[in-house]
Design a protein around this ligand. Structure first.
Ligand code: SF4
Length: 298
């Protein structure tokens, strides 16, 4: 069976404009159901489901998923992201850390990726909850490596320090897009604030790798992407991921361009030449895609 991962965009579907490199085969379903079953048992959300990630069948087959902490509705409403928006999110759940930790054990994960919705409603932006999750996952699963993919904490460095104090092996915060498009695509975040967060994480000396990600296909030029790669490198990023933006539902920003695999390769070459340790670029790459690839270096 072929999986057409381009979601609800009926006009484009009618016109048959999906490029060949965005079609691929679905993996067999058995492990997908097992992984989903474990996540449901512990009442956990994943960004894989909430953001309708095109890789979820593949990742679930490999028994991996990215935990979405602090609820499944976000206090921001970015134009690219399909996670539900709310002005009145629920209070953090006290047992969320242990539920995540026990599911990590049952899934047998060696490298755990935890992300979060932006919690602009909380005084610490949700940082203490993420810190508690890191602690509990470690207590229950000695030897695991942990990657956190956080919000920008609205630039609150004291909140960021609460997370860094737990020494996650990888600190990940996405810049998402190039500087000129940032105000339209992530209206409540800020390009320079993201660079400041990444730089602070790197300079803290508390994490092994700093990582960031960018989506392409919003209409950015190669020069804009190259500028972003230079900025991320200067901020101290060890790992940069890059993937094709896909419109997850009709209310989200339209895709302006399907970037061909050769262009991803060119960006990868450019980043490596700058001195970025790992560039992971391709149409299906997401910031948590195959995150355990880098774990052996931890
Ligand atoms: S790429 Fe990341 S978000 Fe997508 S399914 Fe895999 S783990 Fe989940």
């Amino acid at each position: 069976m072929k999986l057409n991962i381009l979601p609800e965009n009926p006009e484009e579907e009618k016109e048959g404009r999906f490029p060949s490199w965005l079609h691929r085969k679905l993996p067999p379903g058995g492990q997908v159901f097992k992984t989903r079953g474990i996540l449901e048992k512990y009442r956990l959300s994943t960004v894989c489901e909430e953001a309708k990630c095109p890789n979820r069948f593949e990742c679930y087959t490999k028994k991996t998923a990215t935990f979405l902490a602090l609820g499944k509705a976000c206090t921001r409403n970015c134009g690219f992201c399909d996670i539900d928006f709310t002005k009145t999110p629920k209070a953090p759940e006290a047992d969320e850390p242990i539920r995540i930790a026990l599911s990590v054990k049952e899934l047998g994960l060696k490298h755990v990726v935890i992300t979060m919705v932006a919690r602009d409603d909380l005084p610490d932006q949700g940082a203490s909850s993420i810190a508690a999750i890191i602690r509990t996952v470690r207590q229950e699963n000695p030897g695991v490596t942990i990657e956190v993919l956080t919000s920008d904490f609205s630039g609150n460095l004291a909140a960021l320090d609460l997370v860094l104090a737990e020494r996650p092996e990888v600190f990940n915060h996405n810049i998402e897009t190039v500087r000129p498009l940032s105000p339209r695509i992530r209206h409540k975040a800020d390009y320079d604030r993201t660079l400041m967060i990444l730089r602070h994480a790197k300079q803290s000396g508390k994490v092994i790798f700093v990582k960031s990600g960018i989506m392409v296909g919003f209409g950015e030029t190669p020069e804009m992407v190259q500028e972003t790669l230079r900025d991320l490198h200067a901020a101290g990023c060890d790992i940069i991921t890059m993937g094709q933006y896909l419109q997850a539902s009709t209310t989200k920003l339209r895709v302006k361009e399907f970037v061909p695999p050769e262009q991803f390769k060119a960006y990868e070459t450019y980043g490596l030449a700058l001195g970025v340790r790992w560039m992971y670029c391709g149409p299906f790459v997401r910031s948590s895609y195959n995150a355990n690839l880098f774990a052996p270096a931890l």
